[in-house]
Design a protein around this ligand. Structure first.
Ligand SMILES: [Mg+2]
Length: 156
């Protein structure tokens, strides 16, 4: 992706890099995150969580802990995905078309990336352990909708 011109990578946190409510990178992904940071540089890899770094995280305590655990920047912002592009632009100093967004949820991660011209990667859920009920219900609804209404063919 870097050789193809990708400027940076944004990861969702819960069920993308870590188990829900954990700050530690999931053991299956530790090597991949390390290689990503080696390839892009730590400044070009960031986490965009809908918990750490949002108003749900007063003082950025969870964001600080997550940064220490993962070794990459956690973007702070006032609005949750699919809003919050300002923090991405400020951090990466570019528009979304040069960025890759990776996440496990369609209506937050993929919609956010698509709204801002990013290449998006939808990942499978890492674990059902600790996933909250609202997230589970939303995931089921999103999966059903995407299966029922697949993307339109590209115009090109
Ligand atoms: Mg997630």
């Amino acid at each position: 992706m870097r050789e193809a011109g990708c400027h940076g990578v944004i990861f969702d946190k819960d069920n993308t890099l870590t188990a829900p409510y954990s700050d530690e990178v999931h053991p299956r992904l530790a090597g991949s995150l390390r290689r990503c940071v080696e390839t892009f540089g730590a400044e070009r890899v960031a986490v965009l969580s809908n918990s750490a770094g949002t108003p749900d995280d007063p003082g950025g305590v969870a964001a600080d802990a997550l940064e220490a655990a993962l070794g990459v920047h956690v973007l702070r912002r006032r609005h949750k995905k699919p809003r919050g592009i300002e923090s991405v632009q400020r951090h990466f100093q570019c528009d979304g078309t040069a960025l890759l967004m990776v996440g496990d949820r369609y209506l937050t991660d993929v919609v956010f990336g698509n709204m801002h011209g990013m290449l998006t990667v939808h990942t499978q859920q890492l674990t059902t352990e600790g996933d909250n009920r609202v997230a589970q219900a939303m995931r089921r609804a999103e999966d059903w909708l995407v299966a029922r209404y697949p993307p339109l063919p590209s115009a090109t």
